[in-house]
Design a binder for this molecule. Sequence first.
Ligand SMILES: Cc1cc2nc3c(=O)[nH]c(=O)nc-3n(C[C@H](O)[C@H](O)[C@H](O)COP(=O)(O)OP(=O)(O)OC[C@H]3O[C@@H](n4cnc5c(N)ncnc54)[C@H](O)[C@@H]3O)c2cc1C
Length: 494
Amino acid sequence: MSTTTATAPGPAPLTPDICVIGAGAAGLSLATAAAAFGVPVVLVEHGRMGGSHLNAGSISARALGAAGARALAVREAGRFGISAGGPQVNDVQVNYLQVHDHVQRVIAAIAPNDSAERLGALGVPVIRSEARFISRSTVMAGNQAIKARRFVIATGSRPSAPPLPGLDAVPFLTSESVFSLTRRPERLLVLGAGSTGVELAQAMARLGSTVSIVETGGLLRHADPEAALILRRALLRDGITLHEQARVLRAETVKGGVRLVLAGPDGGTDHKLDGTHLLVATGRAPNIEALDLELGGIASDAGGVIVDKGLRTGNRRVFAIGDCASGAGGGLHSTHAAHDQAGHVLRSALFRLPVRTHATAIPHVTYCHPELASVGLSEAEARKRSAAITILRWPYAENDRAQAEHETDGFVKLVADRRGRVLGVSIVGAGASELIAPWCMAVRKGLTVQDMAALALPYPTFSEASKRAAMSFYAPLAAKPGIRWLIGILRRFG
Ligand SMILES: Cc1cc2nc3c(=O)[nH]c(=O)nc-3n(C[C@H](O)[C@H](O)[C@H](O)COP(=O)(O)OP(=O)(O)OC[C@H]3O[C@@H](n4cnc5c(N)ncnc54)[C@H](O)[C@@H]3O)c2cc1C
């Protein structure tokens, strides 16, 4: 809780309909949409506008990944009969300072959309201060009291470090600070093989760093295991060293960098991994400490502000969305989930409609090469619910466009119920993040694989792999004697 100090009386309290705390993906989405409906909104932000998605998240990671992909494309151009350097990492010249500048230019190009000036022009005043509750109905932002009809907490999250002995004494990078590097890390140790760790590791490897990933569990442990296997092969091809199921004993500073000490197999000699840089990508913690939640009558746990399925906190006038939300309606850490939740809360706040979030219809994407994308239930989750499920697959190697582009690693995998209703989809391969879009609709709307199989899709596209996976639902049907008999009978009528 903050300590109370005597201050001069502040301005008269603001009384907007909605006060949004945090100008990241979630808060901006809600504030701009509310303003579009003419609803009085106030936005409070104590740091940079745009939050982590703009300043140190999706955008920066995509821009860095795009640079890595270009470096690889140059190296692999020989497969297309185009000569540019050679196939080795060092055959391509990477000017890392210019890579850094490219990432910053991308951020700068997008920043005006998230700026206080734009919000002001839309009629949303932005208060540049830290927000904290002083009662169930009042938030203080600096010396400005805000008494809103509804509050929306959208304070996001920040990188967190594991309790690893020695880590607090060594310099390390996080998913926020890594984008500020102006020189390429020569030997990069990445602790954590979730989406963030893997994406950044691959981008850096393609830009010429020697990269080792250290993970206490398995690579992308929440992904479809078959898809993770394909990605594992790709990372090894990128020259990345993988240490999975590792027991990390401690971190140490050594001359020229940092060392991770891993327990040797079966109690054998410890394994020492030295790097010039260490990137810790082991998870995130919610930004809730400064909010004085208890004064607002709002409960929290280690995951953040506890919300119900309707994204409401224990205080009925307060919602929480985005990375800072935990509990039944929270725990979804992505920009698109934040946007989705903002839409739900707006409908509830403006029209008093009940909120029905569809967490299973929110896709998950890992932006590696090949990309991994999924929506709905995984095969394992679906099997836990029912034995009567159908798994349908189509490999990228059987897709003409994939052959033309030398992108034959991957597959589309569908999980359907007995009648063909789509329960879940996992795609690994080029463009998976785009291919997942129609399947998000299928899962959300309860469509069937037959619906997808009936679509006429352009040829030759990667999307056809989705259609072919769906069409394979009919393969057992085509072999059924009854169906063949019917076809034979109908043939007799000319
Ligand atoms: C490296 C990386 C790559 C990622 N890539 C993707 C991706 O490709 N696709 C995707 O969908 N997601 C991605 N994510 C996740 C995505 O960035 C986050 O889920 C999303 O930005 C969360 O938005 P938010 O609005 O909840 O929080 P944030 O963007 O963190 O915004 C919260 C804001 O609240 C402010 N704030 C905090 N406390 C207070 C306070 N007390 N008073 C006032 N203001 C406060 C903060 O300063 C911040 O601006 C990535 C994340 C990382 C780290």
